[in-house]
Design a protein around this ligand. Sequence first.
Ligand SMILES: Cc1cc2nc3c(=O)[nH]c(=O)nc-3n(C[C@H](O)[C@H](O)[C@H](O)COP(=O)(O)OP(=O)(O)OC[C@H]3O[C@@H](n4cnc5c(N)ncnc54)[C@H](O)[C@@H]3O)c2cc1C
Length: 333
Amino acid sequence: MTFITVGCLVTGTEVIPGVPHVIGVRTEVGETIDARVVVDAGGRRSPLSSLIEAAGGRRPPEHAFEAGFVYNTRYYRGPQLPEPRDDLLSAIGSISVLTLPGDNGWWSVTLYHSPRDKQMRKVRDPKAFGRVLQALPNHAHWANGDPQGDIFSMAATANTTREFVVDGKPCATGVVPLGDAWGFTNPSIGRGITLGLMHVVDMAPAIAEHIDDPLQLAGEWERRTGDRPARWHAATVGFDRLRAPQVDAFLQGLDDPFDPSDPSVAGPRAFASAAHYDPQVLQWFFEVTGCFTLPGDVMARQGVLERVREVASSAPPYSSPGPNRAELEEVLA
Ligand SMILES: Cc1cc2nc3c(=O)[nH]c(=O)nc-3n(C[C@H](O)[C@H](O)[C@H](O)COP(=O)(O)OP(=O)(O)OC[C@H]3O[C@@H](n4cnc5c(N)ncnc54)[C@H](O)[C@@H]3O)c2cc1C
């Protein structure tokens, strides 16, 4: 397999005065590749913004929401995958746990926390990691396997989008960013690949249709990106907007920072809780977590809101069992 690294954009006659028009790329070894349209699938570290700037264009503004999580992951192997006894992603006070089944008898456990949580940094030590996992009644059995390798730690990336069309004017024509090169999210709910594919599926017909009309193509990129990928991106970031302030408050021993009667908080919480008690609500919830239907579109269906409210109010709010902050610090000591 040959890897080529794109080093700069090749530009031609401008379609919009002052806006670079891309007609190809030059690789780092100096080879020029002509293109009627350049598709940037360079991922979250895509150099496109810098390349547009280097070509004399406006740097696309970036919009970021930093949730600031630190992930600590351990892999295990065993003859049988542990059975799920709770959500694969569970929020437990100031920490979260991700239990992910793999193939060939592999699985992983991730404990994640705020970067300000100095105590939780201790879980980089396998013994502390094991102690915290054992303190989580619905997750402890995920340690019943052979640990594979060290604990891998990683700081999450900020949820980010790049605005390639500003006030109707593209930062460059002849180039379209797709997938993470346009927008990426904190990976804890595992949606990046789905959102990227969604973007490609939505854009491929537009590229085919407007391949020789850079202005139309830029407009279609903006419209189609806004129609579906951007709405899913925002819905995904919504998880962090509700969770990150809560983590920070619990870490300091404070109460839940949200007003529980605020519908933008109460709604998603009621939906998530009711999914633990009612199969029909669970099906709707999976439509959302599986990226089939946006939460607002599910709720807009006749009878859904009423059913969610009814189920949520007839049972205690679901919460995964685990230590409170003081108990967690004892486990970590
Ligand atoms: C730790 C972690 C866990 C994740 N877990 C999940 C998950 O469970 N589920 C999920 O759906 N998503 C997950 N994601 C997100 C997912 O990986 C991304 O959303 C997805 O890979 C984006 O695909 P992409 O094709 O847009 O970019 P990428 O997969 O990043 O591909 C971009 C490619 O472009 C290449 N490139 C960059 N610059 C240049 C250049 N100048 N010249 C040539 N090539 C270049 C890069 O080398 C790379 O190969 C996770 C991400 C991280 C970081």
